[in-house]
Design a protein around this ligand. Structure first.
Ligand code: ADP
Length: 162
């Protein structure tokens, strides 16, 4: 049976690094579902899964990329044994956190198949760095991390998260 290939994450917000990761996954698989979720280890997310989904659509997305919230994805009652979960690694520094994420998804969601894609094209790009750049009002840094629409949303939110 074909796997259901997903790229889950908090995408708080989605960045150019996330987009590059999704594109790499689509070099391997015919389709991909990005699942916008809440990370149980991260509190105070700036964007809800539904807002993150909207922000994904500010990028030029491939046709075979579908973006859903975790609630929308769960409502389709996917068989965990069919799920293949894609995650990204920028450097060795990501490994420990990814191990925790893998164990959590194995224990609590019954997922057994994981694929890690290494991509150091955007090694210096992360949601955290984008939020920090927004707080500092650093437009140049923001534009290196995210789309103009996401940059505008971040600058608006930064006022609420000083
Ligand atoms: P989470 O909060 O669930 O860790 P993130 O939204 O932070 O989710 O990240 C989702 C995935 O994207 C993770 O596997 C992360 O390592 C990967 N990722 C984040 N930024 C980049 C980047 N610049 N290049 C490659 N992968 C990345």
């Amino acid at each position: 049976m074909d796997p259901i290939v997903i790229l889950p994450g908090s995408f708080d917000p989605p960045t150019l690094g996330h987009l590059a990761l999704a594109r790499k996954a689509l070099e391997i698989f015919p389709s991909l579902i990005v699942v916008c979720s809440l990370n149980p280890n991260k509190s105070g997310q700036w964007f809800t899964p539904n807002e993150a989904k909207g922000l994904w659509h500010s990028y030029d997305l491939p046709e075979n990329l579908d973006v859903r919230t975790i609630d929308e994805f769960s409502a389709s009652r996917p068989d965990p044994s069919r799920i293949l979960m894609v995650r990204g690694l920028r450097s060795a520094a990501d490994v420990e956190e990814e191990k925790r994420t893998m164990l959590y998804n194995h224990r609590f969601c019954g997922i057994t198949r994981f694929l890690y894609i290494f991509n150091d094209e955007y090694v210096d790009v992360s949601s955290t760095k984008a939020r920090t750049a927004a707080r500092a009002g650093n437009a140049e840094r923001l534009n290196r991390c995210v789309s103009p629409v996401v940059a505008a949303a971040l600058l608006e939110r930064a006022a609420l998260h000083p």
